[in-house]
Each structure stands twice: as structure tokens, then as C-alpha cells.
Design a protein around this ligand. Structure first.
Ligand SMILES: NC(=O)C1=CN([C@@H]2O[C@H](COP(=O)(O)OP(=O)(O)OC[C@H]3O[C@@H](n4cnc5c(N)ncnc54)[C@H](OP(=O)(O)O)[C@@H]3O)[C@@H](O)[C@H]2O)C=CC1
Ligand SMILES: CC(C)(CO)C(=O)C(=O)O
Length: 300
């Protein structure tokens, strides 16, 4: 049985970014559902490149492995299926690391998986240029924690490993709050940019600015009811800072809509709408965005 330290399932933008950072110093296996060339190139934000020959595997037929970490880097809507396909092939106590945006898979898999479940919330940015190239668009920060704070040492050790490879990471004891803060940002930016096919910075213009502010108002009320502490600078500042910092970006949800792929709307809007329902809070803007994105016309 191989002692590959990191098994990464989901060889997309984030999975390859992670694999190509870890590969210089750690045993890594990158697993997916379709064959990819083992030689992979990472284009760095500084304009350089790193090439590694990665060990690739079919996620449905893994070689015998006992990894120190199983990283799931699929989109939120594909994560349960990816987990189901690999979990039975691995020792049940294998630590799992969930890299998804939103707050959908984190609570359910934390309950279901028998080993430790760590959650990563990252502001790294990556996109795929081809089957052999991933572009690291911008450096970010990654927070690692588990929902019940049962594995602080494991979180620290993973954060140190990631930082050593060039992905700056910290272990935190409030990952739930951090995931909800990121979800607030994604809820205010992604659905509107996807619905109106605009770049993030255009949200500052009329008529979108007031729509963003209305979404923030609804999100803030839901967060308060869920007892998620507001960021120090307030919800408005949190969102508008990210809009300014990513003004030229096409948000991931817009990219998904343009490429006719499913979006992560359920993982981002779903937990907010469920909480609004639980606390009897009106959320007309979030409901309208969810309905617009759920409609088959959203991809036209
Ligand atoms: N990219 C980024 O910069 C960031 C991404 N994130 C989050 O990370 C997650 C992943 O995003 P990203 O990397 O961009 O997404 P991608 O779509 O680029 O990658 C997802 C990968 O998962 C694979 N996959 C899907 N189902 C399975 C399965 N059952 N078994 C194995 N592999 C599977 C897909 O392969 P296939 O080709 O077969 O469909 C694809 O390679 C998302 O939740 C996203 O929100 C968070 C912060 C930044
Ligand atoms: C922060 C933001 C909105 C940047 O585009 C993002 O996370 C995304 O596109 O999903």
C-alpha cells in the first residue's frame, strides 16, 4: 500500500493548483474521472511556470492508498458523488479536507465521514487554460479548521505544509464563521454577475449597485439571526472591498453560466434561503436570484 500523503480528488483548477504546489515536496496522487496528461504546468501570478509530472489515478479505481489527507476539490454539487466514489476505497479514518465554496457539503460530510473532516476556505484564484495548464491568477489566503474544533493539531500541520509549498495558510478555530463570510461575499456578487452577464466591477454601476445593497441587507439579517458575527468593517464594506479588488474578474458563477455548466447556486444561496425560512425572514432578492439561476433560460 502506498503512503501517498495527499490524495486530491477533482483535477480541476483548484485541485491542480494544490497538486502542483504539493508535488515539489510531498507524495501526491491526483484523481479524476477522465484521463489527463501526467505532465502539468502551473503558470504563476508572477509570470513564471512550474512543471511537474504528477501521479494520476482514476477516482473510481484507486490503487491501494493510505493518504494522510484526502482533499476533495470538486464543485460543491459534485462533492457528495465524488466522496461516495472514493470513500469506500480508503481507510475509514482518513482525514478529509473540503475545499468547496458555500456551506452545503461541509455540515453534511462532517456528520457522515468517520475520520476527521477539515474545511478550507481559500481566496486563492485559479483557472484552467487546458488539460495540461492551470493558471494561478492571484495569491490568496487559506483558512483551515474543522466545524467542532476537534482537530486543531491536524489543521495546524496542514496549514504549515501548505504554507511551506507557497500557498499561505492558517489554522483557525472559527472556520464556520469564515465559510459564512465567504458565502456572504459570493451571494452578493456571483448570482447578480451571472444573471446580468457582467464583470464584478460593473456591480458598482447603476442599476446593479442598489441590487447588491439589497442583497447585502437580506444577507445581513439572515446572518444576524444565525448568530454569525458581522465582519469588523461591516457587511457592506466586506462585499464592496472584494468587488473593488476583483473588479476585472468574471465571477465563477458567470463563467459556469457562459460555459453552460451547472452553477454552485444551491451551495451558496441554499443555506441562506433555508436560514431565512427557519427564522421567518423575508428574502425577496435572494429568492428571485435563486429562481432566475434555477431556470433553464439562465444559461441562454
Ligand atoms: N478555482 C478557484 O480559484 C477557486 C475555487 N474554489 C472552490 O473550489 C471548488 C472547485 O473549484 P474549481 O477547481 O474551480 O472547479 P473545476 O470545475 O475547475 O474542477 C472540478 C473538478 O472536479 C472534477 N470532478 C467532478 N466530479 C468528480 C468525481 N465524481 N470524481 C472525480 N473528479 C470529479 C471535474 O472533472 P470533470 O472534468 O470530469 O468534470 C473537475 O476536474 C469549488 O467549490 C469552488 O467554488 C474556491 C476558491 C477558489
Ligand atoms: C470572490 C469572487 C466573487 C471573485 O470573483 C469569487 O469567489 C468567485 O468568483 O466565485
Amino acid at each position: 500500500m502506498s503512503t501517498a500523503s495527499h490524495l486530491i480528488v477533482g483535477p480541476g483548477a483548484l485541485g491542480r493548483l494544490l497538486a502542483l504546489h504539493l508535488a515539489g515536496s510531498q507524495p501526491v496522487v491526483l484523481a479524476g474521472r477522465r484521463p489527463l496528461p501526467p505532465e502539468q504546468t502551473l503558470l504563476t501570478p508572477e509570470g513564471g511556470h512550474r512543471i511537474h509530472r504528477l501521479t494520476m489515478a482514476d477516482s473510481r479505481r484507486l490503487p491501494p492508498l493510505a493518504p494522510a489527507f484526502l482533499h476533495l476539490t470538486t464543485k460543491a454539487y459534485a462533492t457528495e458523488a465524488a466522496y461516495a466514489s472514493v470513500a469506500a476505497q480508503l481507510p475509514p479514518a482518513t482525514p478529509l479536507v473540503l475545499w468547496q465554496n458555500g456551506y452545503q457539503v461541509q455540515p453534511s460530510l462532517s456528520l457522515r465521514h468517520t475520520g476527521p473532516v477539515l474545511c478550507a476556505s481559500t481566496t486563492e484564484g485559479a483557472w484552467l487554460a487546458s488539460d495540461t495548464r492551470v493558471v494561478h491568477a492571484g495569491h490568496g489566503l487559506t483558512y483551515i479548521g474543522d466545524l467542532d474544533n476537534r482537530y486543531p493539531e491536524l489543521c495546524r500541520s496542514l496549514a504549515e505544509t501548505l504554507t511551506d509549498t507557497g500557498l499561505q495558510a492558517s489554522a483557525v478555530d472559527d472556520i464556520r464563521v469564515r465559510l459564512w463570510h465567504k458565502l456572504a461575499i459570493n451571494a452578493a456578487i456571483n448570482p447578480l454577475t451571472a444573471r446580468y452577464r457582467i464583470r464584478n466591477g460593473q456591480l458598482r454601476d447603476r442599476p446593479f449597485r442598489s441590487m447588491v445593497n439589497q442583497v447585502i441587507e437580506e444577507v445581513a439579517a439572515i446572518m444576524a439571526a444565525e448568530e454569525i458575527p458581522a465582519p469588523e468593517a461591516g457587511w457592506n464594506e466586506l462585499v464592496w472591498q472584494v468587488v473593488a479588488g476583483t473588479a476585472n474578474n468574471r465571477a465563477s458563477m458567470l463563467q459556469d453560466v457562459l460555459a453552460a455548466r451547472p452553477t454552485e447556486r444551491e451551495a451558496i444561496l441554499g443555506p441562506l434561503l433555508a436560514a431565512a425560512n427557519r427564522h421567518d425572514i423575508a428574502a425577496p432578492c435572494l429568492i428571485a436570484l435563486e429562481a432566475a439561476l434555477a431556470s433553464p433560460d439562465s444559461h441562454r
